[in-house]
Design a protein around this ligand. Sequence first.
Ligand SMILES: Nc1ncnc2c1ncn2[C@@H]1O[C@H](COP(=O)(O)OP(=O)(O)O)[C@@H](O)[C@H]1O
Ligand SMILES: [Mg+2]
Length: 253
Amino acid sequence: MSSDTEGPATTPPVLSLRGIRKLFGGVVALADFSLDLHAGEIVALVGDNGAGKSTLVKIISGVYPPSAGQMLIDGQDTRFADPSQAQASGIQVVFQDLALAERQPVYMNLFLGREAVTGPWRRLDRRRMIRESEALIQGLDIRIPSARATIRELSGGQRQGVAIARATHFAAKLVLMDEPTAALGVAETMKVESIIRSLRERHLAVLLISHSLDQVFRLADRICVLRRGVQVDVRPTSRTSSNEIVAMITGVA
Ligand SMILES: Nc1ncnc2c1ncn2[C@@H]1O[C@H](COP(=O)(O)OP(=O)(O)O)[C@@H](O)[C@H]1O
Ligand SMILES: [Mg+2]
């Protein structure tokens, strides 16, 4: 935990993006994106389909290298060769497509890449993973039949719950959420929103992609708007309105 003497003024941003650009062949998915994200802050990223939101998440999390630009983590120039390096730096992601192993049980998905092992032959410690998964699921209040259920057996909302549980449990620094409540009902959405607030209280940084402007205004400290790969603006939530954000998203003033 940081003391009250620390703050954004003395601590470098958790994430600093400078002039990030991404090309896919001739398509400019991101033109020139810059943002500082501080610990204990929720920044929403909004924009229409194809605006470049998921591309940005994949660049930050080491799925794609940027075509140009610089990324700093805690003030250090960083380049991730793959997603496991981003994870090792304390970054967790809820991908839009969730990135779950369909044929594997819930508990293996929760521990993907960090499986518990036991004994001299380092066999999978399934009992321990199941026990910890059950506690995790219960703690998050997401309704899943069993930690042993395979992902294929779950509804869209339950799958989203597993992806959120994994990201929020293992995040140490930064959580990226790409449409985390798209498949959820009203009560489940409220629960996830309270989880997102608890991440801020844990002093993590959150980048939230959402199509629900109501949700964005409920949660975010600042709102960043993308339109066709171009960063339109970043506004403190308290100093903008839904109408203004819609105008920036659509380009219709
Ligand atoms: N892997 C890829 N290969 C080629 N083009 C891509 C790829 N990923 C995204 N794009 C293109 O980049 C643009 C931004 O896409 P995306 O980041 O998915 O937008 P959003 O998440 O805001 O809907 C779109 O034009 C999309 O077609
Ligand atoms: Mg997307």
